[in-house]
Design a protein around this ligand. Structure first.
Ligand code: SF4
Length: 321
């Protein structure tokens, strides 16, 4: 089966602040997503997950790599072809306060993508806005109001309505609930799950919060300093992680660790700095299992026990499993 989305060896650099080196924001990331699935992408701030989202959205240019959507490489598409293809891939942003234009009323915000793509008559677009408000659980009277008249959760519902207005196939959700109160988070998560079922959507769900990702994901990719360090089925990665970094992340979230005698793994060493990526395994200065080889040779993401982990603990041969 052809994946709906396949990313191959995608990389993105930025100039370093000192003007000399480069920041490797995303390095050789590969992943694949079938239609109807949700891929959770997790990691700390600065791990490259939001850069990955913007690359997939084609909001920024990659240094190298391919982004195949239904087998078509978005990186090499002409501007008109890319514009047409954009209908199929939409994004929900983290901050519902910043992502909605305060000068536009809700009807204008939601129908703007339809206007841009010239979809439907004026009356049809108006009807579509009301239908979308119903879908995201907002009263139809919201259409005439402005963003400042809504709570954070309601604003995120407006952002979601706008994102699904063009009936996309893939929605990239970049920390969609992390700016919201905990009590509101589950309402928005339930809405996203419901919309996925009703509309046959496929999600990339980006979050630093593993307990949130667990609720929605089929597969999970764990990122550290621009690289995927573990990738596999959500239940396996989140309940029996292989990579020492994934193990530390999971150990910090009591509610998703099912081990009876759970022990929190407290990472020592400097927090990750994309401007100064250590040689060898980028995680080695913080890794409780570091070996001599880890300081010199970067581990490749390799298949282990039906999953992929970038760690010398799982390499074949002497010293590995
Ligand atoms: Fe730790 Fe070495 Fe594995 Fe990196 S390769 S995660 S330093 S054991």
């Amino acid at each position: 089966m052809t994946a709906l989305l396949e990313v191959r060896d995608l990389s993105k650099d930025y100039p370093a602040r000192d003007g000399k080196g480069v920041v490797r924001a995303v390095s050789n990331v590969s992943l694949a997503l079938e239609a109807g699935q949700t891929l959770g992408v997790v990691g700390e701030s600065g791990c490259g997950k939001s850069t990955l989202a913007r690359l997939i959205m084609r909001l920024i240019e990659p240094r190298s790599g391919e982004i195949l959507f239904k087998g078509q490489n978005l990186v090499s598409l002409s501007a008109p072809d890319l514009r047409r293809r954009r209908r199929d891939i939409q994004m929900v942003f983290q901050d519902p306060y910043a992502s909605l234009d305060p000068r536009m009323n809700v009807a204008a915000i939601i129908s703007e993508p339809l206007d841009i793509h010239g979809i439907g008559s004026r009356a049809e677009r108006k009807a579509k806005v009301l239908e979308l408000l119903d879908l995201v659980g907002l009263d139809r009277s919201a259409a005439a109001k402005y963003p400042h008249e809504f709570s954070g959760g309601q604003r995120q519902r407006i952002g979601i309505a706008r994102a699904i207005a063009l009936e996309p196939k893939l929605v990239v959700l970049d920390e969609p609930v992390s700016a919201l109160d905990v009590s509101i988070q589950s309402q928005i998560l339930n809405l996203l799950i419901d919309l996925k079922k009703r509309l046959g959507l496929t999600y990339i769900f980006i979050s630093h919060d593993l307990s949130v990702v667990e609720h929605v994901s089929d597969d999970v990719a764990v990122m550290y300093l621009g690289q995927i360090v573990e990738y596999g089925k959500a239940a396996q990665v989140l309940h029996a992680p292989l990579h020492p970094y994934s193990q530390a992340l999971v150990s910090a979230i009591p509610e998703i660790d099912t081990q009876k005698k759970k022990q929190r793994i407290v990472l020592t060493g400097d927090p990750p700095n994309p401007e100064n990526i250590p040689p060898g395994c980028p995680f080695h200065p913080r890794c409780p299992h570091v070996m001599a080889i880890c300081r010199q040779i970067p581990p490749e993401l390799q298949v282990t026990q039906d999953r992929r982990a970038a760690c010398h603990l799982y390499r074949e041969g002497p010293g590995g499993h």
